[in-house]
Each structure stands twice: as C-alpha cells, then as structure tokens.
Design a protein around this ligand. Sequence first.
Ligand code: MG
Length: 300
Amino acid sequence: MNEIKIHEVGMRDGLQVEQQIVPTETKIKWIDELLKTGIDIIQVGSFVHPVKVPTMADTDALFKHFTQPGNKPEKVILSGLVLNEKGLERGMACGVEMFCMGVSASDTHSKKNTGMSTLEALDRIIATAKTAMSAGKKVQVSVQSAFGCGFEGKIPEERVIGIIEKYLENGITMISLADTAGHAHPAQVERLITEIYKKSDDVNIAVHFHDTYGLGIANCYTAYILGVKYFESAFAGLGGCPFTAKASGNVCTEDLVNMFNRMDLRNDIDLQKILEVSKEAEKFFAREMPSKLLKVGTLK
Ligand code: MG
C-alpha cells in the first residue's frame, strides 16, 4: 500500500530558476526517465508568461507530448502550475491532469510574484480552482511562504490558517504548505499541521520544503509522523524561487525517497533511476548538486 505520495517538482521549481535553458528534447528525456522511477506525480512546468520566465516557455508543448497515447504510464499524474485564469486556459488546452496554484501568505512576496496583495490573489485563485474543479480536474492549492518569508521574516500562523479556512470554505481540500524560503523547523511544522487538522477532517495536506537551512528532511519526517501523505521534492535537489530572497533548493527527491525506502514505506521507487536523471542534470548545469545520495550512492 503506497500511502506516501511523491510529487516531483524539479522540472518546474528546479528549472524555473536556472539561467541556462534546458532544451525541450532534454526535458522530454528527463521526464521520460522520471516517469519510469515509480514516482506518483510529476510537475511538468508552469504556465507563466514565456517572456517573464523563458525556461518555462515549452510547458504547453511538453504536456502535448506526454498526453499522447503511450507516452506515459497511466498511473503517473502530470501536474502543472498555473498563476491565473489565462494559465488555466492554456493548461486545459494541453491536457494537464492536476492543476497546482496558490497564494503567498506574505504580502510582499505576493506583490513581487503576482502584483497583488494576498487577499486579492486569494479571491482570484479560489475562482480559478473552482473553474478547474468543475471541469473535473484534480486541483491542489497552496500557501506559499507558509513558514516564513525571505522579505518579511516571520509570518503569523493565524494568517496561514485564515487562508486555509478560505480554501476549505470553498470546498478545496488538497492543500500544499510551501516553505518557499526554507525557514521552517520541525516544531513549527508540528504546530501548524496540528492546527490545520483541527479545522477539517477532509483536508489532504501536502508539504513543499526547501532546504535553505538544512532542515528539509527533518521537516518532511515531522509532517509524515503527523499523518501527511503528499510530499513535494526535486531530483538532484534543484530549485529555488526567482521572486523570493535567499531560497535554496527543494528537498532532494532521492534523499527523501531514500528515507521512506529505508523506513519500508516506499520500496517500489527506483532510486538508481532517479540518480541517473540527477547525474544528467549535474552534468548539464556543470555544477555539484545538493543531493546527498548523488555523492554517496545507495546503501546496499
Ligand atoms: Mg518551491
């Protein structure tokens, strides 16, 4: 029974911050390899304006390729990030299976990212989520900067809870807590997630940690112990955010899967296959990646 679900976000969260554009054929190769690892959900890209983030300009083309019959295993879900209604339209047109979207709990981060305050952005995102849900799509909403902000520092927990209550009131139960700047620590994760579970029995929490201060895996473990089943991570430990201060890579997929593998929770995911893609990324960007497993290999 695979209770734990891994959502690979490297192709989006990882590649969006890179200066060097990965050619579409290389992206197809990497996604193709990731599809064969046993990972549950793969985020293909973001429907952001191609001029604003040129590394994501081929997102539509990638979806068109992978939604062709035979180009992906049935059980793997392909997700795409949308920022607004326009993005949703593009995603609908090219076969996105799961739409991810969200708001930042930090007004400063929200304004830099979207030009809107948190509350303005929230209304727009809820409307977009409802449109996608009524079209029969899987939808996951997020709260970015849920554990702290690179610009504002501490984010009051009531602010995060307030956003989550709004999502829940609108019938949106798949909710991702994103630690965009990587400020979270395990006691904070425990406090916030415990509060959210008190609000709803139906809520399905996902976590998205960045490893800025080396606490990513500890935060994932804490979330797991509390009952969280959805984990977002990036192969090789790629990642960051172009619109936040001082954010480093996402939790590294192979390091996270290694933990769940050793805990006998996900023995079915092929670590070697993930490592092969991470090696290719390391070679492509010609720099050492944060992945621990890439350095030491898997335990025999
Ligand atoms: Mg992120």
